[in-house]
Design a protein around this ligand. Structure first.
Ligand code: PEP
Length: 258
């Protein structure tokens, strides 16, 4: 089964709603000018919560094929949870994706693998695709323990998920030492862990599920390095931070095979 590549731009806490409109319009224009084929590569932006309604309005108003999502979701459906945003709220805004377990949420908000898995299940139940993030820090990498570290995160996050749920999910391998540092993992480093994740999915589920699940690489991806990363057998796309904040650069990343 051929997996459709996914290029997702995680804006983090950048761009107010006016800047968001401008950025999405710019991205759409760049891709339209390049005759971009959205059936061959999915393109998504992941703005802050406050931008999502504006992004929805511009995407739907101009009939764009760019998809969008959120950077986090509550595990609660509704009620007295000040500051939280539910999966239903996000799906009603037309979100296709929800990033769960980004290393910044794990670090600053103490998110565990179990919580990440719960968020993924909540997103799936609301009809959205979770982008389940995993990745090792520099100390783990220096000790050569990146594969076992990431597989333990995957075991924890996928615990309780059905094969069907996993097939619909996206896993993003993001070595923390490569996020926002300009330090990119080599294509071989990316393949080593992305390949190991796919093998683990086949062990936990079956070959069909492992073939279906998309595994992204993230960490200082740019137009200049995306092609070599995408050439790896088990890399099905990229989760892009800084380079997704510029329309022309992110469009070039989406056109990695042009
Ligand atoms: C990210 O935070 O998901 C990320 C990959 O950031 P950057 O591309 O800036 O390294």
């Amino acid at each position: 089964m051929a997996r459709t590549p996914l290029m997702a731009g995680n804006w983090k806490m950048n761009m107010d709603h006016l800047e968001a409109i401008h950025l999405v319009q710019g991205l759409h224009q760049e891709l339209t000018d390049a005759n971009f084929d959205y059936s061959k590569t999915e393109v998504a932006v992941i703005p802050p919560f406050t931008d999502i309604r504006s992004v929805q309005t511009v995407v739907e108003g101009d009939d764009m094929k760019i998809k969008y999502g959120a950077q986090d979701v509550s595990t609660k459906e509704s009620g007295a949870y000040t500051g939280e945003i539910s999966a239903t709220m996000l799906s009603k805004l037309g979100c296709s994706f929800v990033v769960v377990g980004h290393s910044e949420r794990r670090e600053y908000h103490g998110e565990s693998d179990a919580l990440v898995g719960e968020k993924a299940r909540v997103a799936l139940a609301a009809g959205m695709t979770p982008i389940i993030c995993c990745g090792e820090g520099l100390e783990v990498r220096k000790a050569g323990e990146q594969v076992s570290h990431v597989l333990a995160q995957i075991d924890g996050a996928l615990d309780g998920m059905s094969a069907d749920d996993v097939k619909k999910s996206v896993i993003a391998y993001e070595p923390i030492w490569a996020i926002g540092t300009g330090e990119v993992a080599t294509p071989e480093d990316a393949q080593e862990v992305c390949g190991a994740i796919r093998v683990r999915v086949s062990e936990l589920y079956d070959a069909e599920t492992a073939e279906a699940v998309r595994v992204l690489y993230g960490g200082s991806v740019k137009s200049g390095n995306v092609r070599d990363i995408m050439a790896q057998a088990d890399v099905d796309g990229a989760l892009v931070g800084g380079a997704s904040l510029k329309a022309d650069e992110f469009a070039k990343i989406a056109r990695f095979d042009a």
